[in-house]
Ligand binder design. Structure first.
Ligand code: BDR
Ligand code: CA
Length: 344
């Protein structure tokens, strides 16, 4: 049985890895892709999503989202993801077109097409999901499951000292989403609350040159292992076209993390969310109430978890608190490796 999955991304090196994981998962059928402004402007996110589909030979509707967050001005992160959002990679040209309807409408149409079955995954700012909720307030009860990569719980931020990128770009949208799911499900069993994976969890998922080389081997691709000593921007010589794109994308991400004093590695935030969307047992979670700081002069975009229920509010999220990176990477390499091998 395949699980219908709708993905909302701001592609993005790790968003691209998340999409490829889903394409390579036989237990998932990606029924739509929403493009959200974030890592790069939304037009570039659309180009990246369409180019990735061309590379992977997949036919999935891609919709363009809002050009701006619901309230704040847009910020982008080319320093982290490269000038086009996919590091040093070049995606093939494509004649594929966007849907006539926008990304918010796409969320609603997908949820209505698979009532009670659809799994939503959001790995970018929550702009489109908030706009979708305004169109269709019953969205939280239409979805089977929602997994969000966003926030940072009892842990530092990666955008400000306390705020994580996806929430920081559109804090108002995130607050709307958490409030809506809390209102719909907060008084019931926590199974339907969104699974929220913050930096406290996703920074355990560190891709390294050795793991990337294992991926190339699984794909039966030739490849030269990357090294911190390589010239910056060295292009991949992998024989497999998908592995070559992923290596070129990851090298930029490795260099960014290295410059942040995190080592020659890269955190795969979004692929963890994709994997958890298909198998929530990959993480342990705690139900709690979370909210987003909207007004703090130093803390805007911070996600606060009320572990001790001092607010006295119903829970609105299942926060990821535990993960085994080995289990994740074994599965990631098996799935993406086999998918790349089929393409090669
Ligand atoms: C998140 O921010 C983005 O840059 C990544 O794609 C990921 O979704 C991590 O904070
Ligand atoms: Ca992302």
């Amino acid at each position: 049985m395949t699980l219908p999955v709708f993905v909302d991304v701001d592609t993005g090196v790790d968003d691209a890895m998340a999409l490829v994981y889903l394409f390579g998962s036989d237990d998932a059928e990606v029924v739509g892709i929403a493009s959200t402004a974030g890592n790069v402007p939304v037009q570039q996110v659309c180009r990246n999503n369409l180019g990735l589909l061309e590379l992977c030979g997949m036919d999935i509707p891609v919709s363009k989202g809002s050009e701006q967050p619901v309230k704040a001005p847009l910020r982008t992160a080319e320093d982290t993801h490269g000038p086009e959002g996919i590091g040093y990679a070049r995606l093939p040209p494509t004649n594929r077109q966007l849907t006539a309807y926008d990304a918010a409408e796409a969320w609603v149409l997908a949820a209505q097409a698979y009532p009670g079955e659809l799994i939503g995954v959001a790995t970018g700012p929550l702009t489109n999901l908030a706009l979708a909720l305004r169109k269709e307030p019953t969205l939280p009860t239409l979805l089977r499951r929602l997994v969000i990569m966003g926030g940072s719980f009892d842990y530092r931020g990666n955008t400000t000292p306390v705020a994580e990128w996806n929430i920081s770009v559109d804090p108002e949208a995130a607050a709307e989403v958490f409030a809506a799911w809390g209102a719909a499900w907060g008084s019931q069993e926590p199974t339907h609350l969104p699974i929220v994976l913050g930096l406290n969890l996703t920074e355990n998922i560190a891709m390294t040159p050795a793991l990337l080389n294992r991926l190339a081997t699984a794909a039966e691709s030739s490849s030269i292992p990357m090294s911190v000593l390589d010239d910056r921007g060295t292009r991949s010589v992998a024989s497999n076209p998908l592995i070559a794109v992923l290596e070129d994308a990851m090298r930029f991400y490795f260099e960014f993390h290295f410059d942040q004093d995190e080592g020659y590695l890269a955190h795969l935030h979004d692929p963890l969310a994709a994997a958890v969307a298909l198998d929530p047992d990959l993480v342990t979670c705690r139900p709690t109430t979370i909210d987003v700081e909207l007004t703090g002069t130093l803390t805007r975009g911070m996600t606060i978890a009320d572990w001790s229920n001092r607010w006295g509010r119903e829970p609105n999220a299942l926060i990821g608190v535990g993960v085994d990176p080995k289990v994740f990477f074994d599965r990631f390499i098996a799935r993406v490796g086999a998918f790349a091998r089929r393409l090669g």
